[in-house]
Ligand binder design. Structure first.
Ligand code: NAP
Length: 334
């Protein structure tokens, strides 16, 4: 079986696509023939040694995927050969096969395509957890989503609209703005592709405030950080919740805490992976709800591009170059 291998932390170009032995399951494991795997920003960071988790080398990157069970271990009771399943694995998904504990693997809804099952657990799981458990989103809330056309950003727009919120998206380009509008954003603001200086931050903050009908947002969803966070925080309304999701723009920002005091606002951390590990039952309920929302059309994950699995390097570079909208999926030959 073939796989993308990271032998040393370093440039994405150092990854290799190479032949390995076909996998055999441990007693509690299933071996999955991977049909589709989805790309996430942490894949770009992890191979360079820039992510908070550093797997032992060598390792196969790739956090989520879907496929068909081809072998089961002696103690496996919940799955059988031939089951269509999806999984979250942290690493290992950019390959033709993966061997996982039976509890890490979930049956796919019959009618769901592999590309869809592979690609929305992490982005939609994160945004659902953020908006529902961490921010208690309610109909009529005003939600600002930074980086609105990216994986977690677009999922946040889609989910917030399904909950009846008024959504303002913020993105770098016109093209990305159109995608947010197609996904239901009520207004979109463009912050450009360069970092903002102090004056630009001030004017970004006033422009954001002007877009709120309530004098400030109930929820700010921030997966980008850097120079965008403080102006966004300044646009929050009384009692608002500021969701700290990620730092795709580079720097981890520092906020003057008096802003939280003045607005009675909460800074709320979101770490979906740890939440899913510590509270698997709530996470499973979230995923079940998302499955139902996909099935009845209330949300519709965007797969903007697909690549053959062996072209994972090109796809990972695209995410680092700010070139991804929605989700990118890698496919093995069908
Ligand atoms: N907390 C959690 O549990 C959790 C879970 C999943 C992901 N995350 C984090 O959330 C962030 C987004 O992940 P994602 O998978 O949605 O990534 P993505 O699809 O690549 O989206 C990232 C967005 O960030 C914006 N951005 C701004 N500056 C950028 C830069 N210099 N390089 C790249 N993108 C830049 C881009 O939009 P514009 O061009 O419009 O600015 C892009 O759409 C990452 O930091 C990731 O680690 C956190």
């Amino acid at each position: 079986m073939k796989k993308i291998v990271c032998k040393e932390f370093g440039p994405v170009d150092d990854l290799v696509w190479e032949e390995g032995n076909s996998l055999e399951p441990q007693p509690n494991e299933v071996v999955i023939e991977i049909k589709s795997a989805a790309l996430n920003f942490p894949d770009y960071l992890i191979v360079q040694g820039l992510y908070q988790i550093k797997p032992p080398l060598p390792f196969v990157p790739g956090n989520e995927g879907a496929g068909v069970i081809k072998k089961i271990g002696d103690d496996v009771v919940s799955h059988k050969v031939g089951d269509r399943v999806y999984f979250m694995s942290g690493i290992g998904a950019f390959a033709e096969e993966i061997s996982l504990d039976q509890n890490q693997v979930f049956k796919m809804e019959n009618e769901m395509a592999f590309d869809v099952a592979a690609s929305y657990q992490l982005a939609y799981g994160t945004s659902f957890h953020a908006l529902v458990q961490r921010a208690n989103i309610a109909s009529g809330d005003e939600v600002l989503v930074l980086g609105g056309s990216g994986g977690v950003g677009l999922a946040a727009i889609d989910i917030a609209k399904a909950f009846g919120a008024r959504v303002i998206a913020a993105v770098s380009t016109n093209e990305k703005s159109k995608i947010c509008t197609e996904y239901g954003a009520d207004e979109v603001i463009i912050y450009g592709s360069e970092k903002l200086n102090k004056d630009q931050q001030k004017s970004f903050s006033s422009d954001l405030k002007a877009l709120s009908h309530k004098g400030g947002f109930d929820i700010v969803y921030d997966p980008i950080g850097d120079c965008f966070s403080e102006p966004a925080f300044r646009s929050i309304g009384w009692g608002g919740k500021y969701l700290v999701v990620g730092f795709a723009a580079g720097e981890i920002p520092k906020l003057p805490l008096n802003l939280a005091l003045l607005k009675g606002a909460s800074i709320v951390g979101v770490f979906w992976g740890t939440f899913a590990a510590l509270d698997p039952q709530t996470n499973q309920k979230n995923i079940q709800t998302l499955n139902e929302m996909v099935a009845d059309g209330r949300i519709k994950p965007l797969i903007s591009k697909t690549y053959p699995m062996e072209n994972a390097i090109e796809a990972i570079k695209l995410i680092g170059n700010r070139g991804v909208t929605g989700k990118v999926v890698l496919n093995n030959n069908r």
